[in-house]
Design a protein around this ligand. Sequence first.
Ligand code: PNS
Length: 160
Amino acid sequence: MKSAIYPGSFDPVTFGHLDVIKRTANIFDELTVSVLDNHLKTPLFSVEERVKILQEATKDIPNVKIDSFKGLLIDYAKKKGVHVAVRGLRAITDFEYELQIAQTNHKLSGGELDTMFLTTSLEYAYLSSSSVKEIASFNGDISMCVPEFIAKLVYEKYGF
Ligand code: PNS
């Protein structure tokens, strides 16, 4: 069985992430989307909230599982027995950052973990969780960025 992990912050998951999830789920037998529990960041949504949101947003894709992890991706992947991490690429700026992480993970894992990149569909190339939060914090329109139920939850966090 071919499995992959799609790690990320997903704070919150956007249409761009969901596009990568759907396309990756078509390539692999099983995809685990895993939320990083990162002590270095103060997220808008807790890990538990992000996991629940992702579960709801992917409930119609049978081969997608949602999980969370702490620490290094290579250790988590090893524990799960998975050798492929998937990431989406929007632009050259993403590429530079992602290339470095992918190469670090490959080296650190002794060649056990490879990273595969999917280029984000053009209609979502401008999307980021950070801009979703910034727009929502000013009560701007985020309907083109996230599903409706997520937009509601984001606005609630900002008191709208
Ligand atoms: O959605 P993000 O915040 O861009 O995702 C980044 C993520 C979660 C893929 C990356 O930060 C990660 O894997 N962090 C776990 C720690 C780790 O393994 N770092 C790699 C060595 S630099």
